[in-house]
Design a protein around this ligand. Sequence first.
Ligand code: HEC
Ligand code: HEC
Length: 437
Amino acid sequence: MKKNILLTLGFSFFWQAAYSEDKSAVDYILRKRLEFYNIRPLKNLPLNTNRPQVELGKRLFSEKKMSGNRRIACLTCHNPKTGTGDAFPMSQTENGKGILKRNSPALFNIGMSDKSFMFWDGRVHYDFKNKTFTTPEMALNGVNPKAKEITSALTSALSAQAIFPLVTHNEMLGEKGENEIADAKDNLQAWDRIVVRLKQDMSQNSQSKSYSQLFMQAYPNTPIEKINIGHVAESIAAFEREEFQSTGSPFQRYLKGDNQAMSHDQKQGLFVFLGNGRCINCHQGSELGNNNLFASVGAPQWGEAPLILDKGRGDVVNESKRNFFFRVPSLLNVSLTAPYMHNGAFQTLRAVINHYDHISDSLNNFEVSNERRNTLPVKVAIEKGPLQLDNIWLSSQSGLTPKLKNRLLLTPIDKDKLEIFLKEALTDSKWSKLKFK
Ligand code: HEC
Ligand code: HEC
């Protein structure tokens, strides 16, 4: 049996070692590969010394009053019990009657290493060098004096991101006529009104502090009347940065030098990840993702009927050759964050692996069970068959990464091991314990 595996996998020393029982050779070669790809253990961030800022952010993250109709909070869609996402393929709208077009991404290590792009399509961007933003709100992108007070309070893409769910009608804002924030004439006025609502809020938390008191403690050098949505967002980001760290998986312990941390199967799966699975081409570095890289992997297109194709990065930069490109997500804790892809198309990691192995088959065979349809509040449509391929693949010439156009030809054993690696080695027990509690 073992001999067959060796034969099917090719003859390089690399592969023989991967599947051999000589465990010390496996670790030696694996460590060389990891070094080659510059994959190092993640370190926890130093503790933020502005504790009131983190405390304020924690409260805001679960504050329903930030949403126009006081119905939902960030926590509704980014819940630790569901892997810091919401377990829906696409998030539900604020009123629960519809769906958004995208999957709520996990927030693990979201504040680790200064990430400059936010959202699946990177529509919020912060240039750390020049300290400038590119966002869906034009006023924040230039030198509009009204907006300058906000941008000068923001110090990262992560904090800039936090102000956008607040002013998106079906996300947190609600519809015009429903509340004073949704009725604002523009985003700047809506943000002002959210801050007013928080400052006027007299209810106090367990430590008996009002938002005004928390603002004064978190920003002692800023007069309370100068507090704006930028400060709100900075606090939320400070909380997210600290709260959603995840550095405790078997993979991370292995990177720190413990050869026992990963099982033999997990190590073999990692070989597939780095080798003939070619996952490392895009899922790079210690987080097995790349915040600066957009790619098309031909995820099936589906969503609320009638379907509007989601062109991802192509729409943001207005370039058809970037159509269907999405940001390469981190795979840490991926076992906790189903369903997968920008639109939750796949329910299992095996389905994702099968997709990469044979993309045209995966697209042509993509189906959504009635059971799954019934969990959604709206009718959905799927872009099917050859049309799907044309749109996602052929029409964008450089769309699908050329190498992915060919089959990967993974064996069932490769797939099993890869799945074990993704499921077991990347899961941090600190977070898996929270699931379904
Ligand atoms: C209705 C559900 C919902 C709510 C409420 C919500 N989010 Fe999200 N969040 C999403 C979805 C969906 C995306 C992906 C959208 C996209 O990429 O176009 C997202 C993206 C993000 C991202 C980007 C992550 C990445 O890797 O790019 C962050 C950070 C985030 N949300 C934080 C927040 C914060 C902070 C709040 C509260 C102010 C919030 N979210 C409220 C659903 C929600
Ligand atoms: C060409 C770059 C590229 C390669 C190669 C690649 N990926 Fe991806 N991966 C992406 C992008 C981009 C996305 C998001 C695509 C989308 O949502 O449409 C993604 C999404 C995923 C997701 C879903 C994550 C989530 O949170 O929803 C998983 C799991 C995944 N990839 C695993 C793998 C595995 C395993 C391999 C190797 C067999 C692999 N990827 C190879 C770029 C790549």
